[in-house]
Write a protein that binds this ligand. Structure first.
Ligand code: FMN
Length: 398
C-alpha cells in the first residue's frame, strides 16, 4: 500500500465515523484509557494485567524503549510501501491480530469487530479458541484472512473437532499456543474477585454498578459465551464458568511428539506461538512448521520471562531464514513495529492494542487502533528514510 507523505491526518479519517470517546485518541495509550473508563475494573484488569509482579508485562514495553533508532536522511520518502509478505501472502501492513479470549466481556461482538477491522486494514486475524464468537460466525462476518488459535485441551476429540471446523470454514492457518501448559498467576484477577469460578461479590457488584453502560448490556443480553467451547463441559456454558473449566482442561503433558502429530494432521499453514528460546525455534522450523511467534503471552504467563523484543535476535539467528518469525508483546507504537522489522521479524501480532480499541468503541475503535499504528509506522519509516518494509534492517538501530 502506498501512502502519501504529506497526508498527516489521512489515517484518522475513518469510515464509519469515529465515536466520540475515541475521536480524540491519538495513541494506543489514549485508547487504553478510553477502555479503562468504559469497563468495570475487573474486566479492564483482566485485559490489561499480567502475571505476578508484571515484570515481563512491563519489560515487553521497556525493551522497545531501551533501544534507539539511527535515521538516514535525504531519501525520497514521498511514497511509502507498508505492505509485506506474511506467510506467503501480501498483507497491507506488517501486522496480524493475535488471539485474545473473552473479548465479548469488553464489547459485545468484539471478536467480530476486531476481525472486520483487520479485514478492512488488509491484515490477518487470529480467532482464539476461548473467543466469544464461533469459528463459523467469524468466517461469515469477516471477509479477510483468518487464522485459528488452538490451546491443547486434554479432550483430544474435542480439540480435533475445533481444528476440523477451522479447516471446513477455510481458515488459512492453525496457530498452536505452546506457552500455556498451565495458567499464569494473574493476581489482579484474584484481587478483583474475577477469580474462577465466577462469584458475584459485593466488591465486583459495586464495580459493575459504577459502569452502567457496560452493565445494562449484560443485564439485557447476559454474559457472553465462549462459543467454541460449548459442549466441552456440559454443565459450563457461560464464559466465566467455561474459563475455569478450560483451566482444568489444558493438557500439561503436551510435548514435541504431540506437536508433530498436529503438524502431520493439518494440511495448511501451522504457526507455533509462544517461543522464546532459539533452540525451540530451530526445532519448530526443523519439524516443518511454517512460522514461529516470539511471544510470552503478553506477560500473562511466566513472569520474569525475557521480553519478546530482547528474545527476537536469538530466534532470528537460530531460524536463519528457514521460516518467518513473527513477534508479539508490548507493541503500542509504529516505531515498535519498525524496530521489530529492523531486527528481523516479518511482522508483529497485536493483542491489547486492538483489544483496547474494541473495548472502547467496537469496530471503529479497533480500526482506530490500526490507523494509529499505521500512521506512526509510516511516519517512522519516513523519518528513518525507509521507503518499504523490506528495507528495514539493523543498520537503522543504534
Ligand atoms: C485478554 C487477553 C486474552 C488472551 N487470550 C489469548 C488466547 O486465547 N490465546 C492465545 O494464544 N493468546 C492469548 N493472549 C495473548 C495474545 O495472543 C498475545 O500473545 C499478547 O496479548 C501480546 O501482547 P500485547 O497484548 O502486549 O500485544 C491473550 C492476551 C490478552 C491480553
Amino acid at each position: 500500500m502506498s501512502t502519501e507523505a504529506d497526508s498527516h491526518s489521512s489515517a484518522f479519517n475513518l469510515d464509519p465515523p469515529v465515536p466520540l470517546n475515541v475521536s480524540k485518541a491519538y495513541s494506543i495509550e489514549d485508547l487504553r484509557r478510553a477502555a479503562q473508563r468504559r469497563l468495570p475494573k475487573a474486566i479492564f484488569d483482566f485485559f490489561d494485567g499480567g502475571a505476578e509482579d508484571e515484570i515481563t508485562l512491563r519489560d515487553n514495553r521497556a525493551a522497545y524503549q531501551r533501544v534507539r533508532l539511527m535515521p538516514k536522511v535525504l531519501t525520497d520518502v514521498s511514497t511509502i510501501d507498508t505492505s509485506t509478505d506474511i506467510l506467503g501472502q501480501r498483507a497491507q501492513l506488517p501486522m496480524a491480530i493475535a488471539p485474545t479470549g473473552a473479548v465479548g466481556f469488553g464489547w459485545r461482538g468484539g471478536d467480530i469487530a476486531i476481525a472486520r477491522a483487520a479485514a478492512a486494514a488488509g491484515i490477518p486475524y487470529t480467532l482464539s479458541s476461548t473467543a466469544t464468537a464461533s469459528i463459523e460466525q467469524i468466517a461469515n462476518a469477516a471477509p479477510g484472512r483468518l487464522w485459528f488459535q488452538a490451546y491443547i485441551l486434554r479432550n483430544k476429540p474435542f480439540l480435533q473437532t475445533l481444528i476440523d471446523r477451522a479447516q471446513a470454514a477455510d481458515y488459512e492457518a492453525l496457530v498452536i499456543t505452546v506457552d500455556l501448559p498451565v495458567g499464569g498467576k494473574r493476581e489482579r484477577d484474584f484481587r478483583n474477585d474475577f477469580s474462577v469460578p465466577f462469584r458475584f461479590t459485593p466488591k465486583n457488584l459495586l464495580d459493575f454498578a459504577r459502569h452502567p453502560g457496560w452493565l445494562s448490556d449484560i443485564v439485557r443480553f447476559g454474559m457472553p459465551v465462549m462459543e467454541n467451547l460449548i459442549g466441552l463441559e456440559s454443565k459450563a456454558t457461560n464464559a466465566t464458568a467455561i474459563a475455569s473449566s478450560v483451566g482444568r482442561n489444558y493438557d500439561p503433558s503436551f510435548n514435541w511428539e504431540g506437536l508433530q502429530k498436529i503438524r502431520d494432521g493439518w494440511p495448511r499453514k501451522l504457526i507455533v506461538k509462544g517461543i522464546l528460546s532459539p533452540d525451540d525455534a530451530l526445532r519448530v522450523a526443523a519439524m516443518g512448521c511454517d512460522a514461529v511467534v516470539v511471544s510470552n503471552h503478553g506477560g500473562r504467563q511466566l513472569d520474569g520471562a525475557v521480553a519478546t523484543f530482547d528474545a527476537l535476535p536469538g530466534v532470528v539467528k537460530a531460524i536463519d531464514g528457514r521460516i518467518p518469525v513473527l513477534l508479539d508483546g508490548g507493541v503500542r507504537r509504529g516505531s515498535d513495529i519498525f524496530k521489530a522489522l529492523a531486527m528481523g521479524a516479518q511482522g508483529v501480532m497485536l493483542g491489547r492494542a486492538t483489544l483496547y480499541g474494541a473495548s472502547a468503541a467496537g469496530e471503529p475503535g479497533a480500526s482506530r487502533a490500526l490507523a494509529i499504528l499505521k500512521d506512526e509506522l509510516v511516519r517512522t519509516m519516513q523519518l528513518c528514510g525507509v521507503r518499504s518494509t523490506g528495507d528495514a534492517n539493523a543498520s537503522f538501530m543504534f
